[in-house]
Design a protein around this ligand. Structure first.
Ligand code: NAI
Length: 343
């Protein structure tokens, strides 16, 4: 089985090469992302392996199908960049539903602590032998209210971490689970009462710009916003306005709506064209990491092992446990539920 691997990074190659070799799968690593211009590189391959910022829209799906590609293996959990409906009846899509929810939840808390205790500022200062504490005052997380949007795998773990810090947790989920142990409230109530808001829901049409001007207007003055989920959950320009108006006290962003041409690449020594991102980064109370929350040894091993397992299952004509279909989640009329296959 030959797989074209797009957007390959040096940290991907060892684990995928090792797992692929053991399973008889040959990966061809391309540094470039998959999009309408690069899709031709997948000619002659059985499948493609893609990540969060590859473009798998209708035009790309049609081309992949023409080239004989029959499986798209996402090496991530989110699949908002794939036109699943277009894939239906043509190409099977598999993903890695969980590789290390702990990695993302722990990174979220790391960003929160860094922000609240000004660790990033202190680190810079002491390296310059500046031991002044002026401007470094933080606050206790203990006793503060954190509002968690999305209580799936990552949200649940983040909630447990917050509870360990003695924080009060309120949550909103479209499909709540774990009632009894989690205090669910309406989204408006969450916005109004939380000192810290953390996003752990997927990006869908419904959640696009979930945090926009209206939502920001309902929030407590000084609220801290954490986003390690997907950039477009936040309207970044509205966020900048709210920071300037001192509504938002701090923002910690591991994702950004327009990240696809910027994140995972080295632009030091270049002029970054994106004024919104540049403005955010210029603010002392904004911390940006470049979609790094997943990046732990454990997660990379799990990603490679699960992706290879998905591909082997598909190659052997079985239904991969992690196959996606465009109507996933709607149990009654999902063909996968009835026939064991997406199509
Ligand atoms: P999950 O599927 O276990 O949980 C998502 C939760 O969001 C579910 O409980 C679901 O009911 C809820 N949800 C769905 N629609 C909603 C809505 N409209 N409003 C509120 N809640 C809604 O997913 P998991 O593994 O916890 O991942 C969460 C997100 O984290 C992913 O969608 C992905 O975008 C992001 N992620 C980011 C990574 C990073 O490196 N920064 C790595 C992995 C995931």
């Amino acid at each position: 089985m030959k797989i074209a691997f797009f957007d390959a990074k040096d940290y991907d190659i060892p684990s995928f090469t090792r797992c692929g070799k053991e399973a008889g799968i040959e990966f061809k690593f391309y540094e470039t992302k998959l999009d309408e211009d690069t899709v031709k590189l997948s000619k002659g391959f059985d499948g493609v392996c893609v990540f969060v910022n590859d473009t798998v829209n209708a035009a790309v799906v049609d081309k992949l199908y023409d080239y004989g590609v029959r499986v798209i293996a996402l090496r991530c959990a989110g699949y908002n960049n794939v036109d699943l409906k277009r894939c239906f009846g043509k190409i099977h899509v598999v993903h890695v539903p969980a590789y290390s929810p702990y990695a993302v939840a722990e990174h979220t808390m790391a960003m929160l602590l860094t922000s609240v205790r000004r660790i990033h500022k202190a680190y810079d200062r002491t390296r310059d032998f500046n031991f002044s504490l002026s401007g470094l005052m933080g606050f206790d997380l203990h006793g503060k209210t954190v509002g968690v949007v999305g209580t799936g795998k990552i949200g649940h773990i983040f909630i447990d971490i917050c509870k360990g810090f003695g924080m009060r947790v309120v949550a909103y989920d479209k499909y709540p689970s774990g009632e009894g142990e989690i205090e669910y409230v309406s989204l408006d109530r969450l916005f109004e009462t939380s000192d810290i808001i953390s996003l752990h829901c997927p990006l869908t049409e419904e959640t696009h710009h979930l945090i926009g001007k209206e939502a920001l207007g309902k929030m407590k003055k000084g609220v801290i916003i954490l986003n390690t989920s997907r950039g477009a959950l936040i309207d970044a320009e509205a966020l900048i306005d709210a920071i300037k108006q001192r509504i938002v006290g701090a923002a910690c962003l591991d994702v950004y709506e327009e990240e696809s041409d910027i994140f995972f690449r080295d632009f030091s020594g270049h002029i970054v064209e994106d004024d919104v991102l540049a403005r955010l980064i210029s603010m002392p109370n904004v911390i940006v990491t470049s979609h790094q929350a997943f990046l732990t040894e454990e997660a990379l091993t799990n990603i490679a092992e699960t992706t290879v397992k998905n591909l082997i299952t598909f190659r052997d004509g079985e239904v991969p446990e992690n196959e996606l279909c465009y109507n996933c989640g709607r149990v009654e009329d999902c063909r996968k539920q009835r026939r064991g296959k997406c199509f």
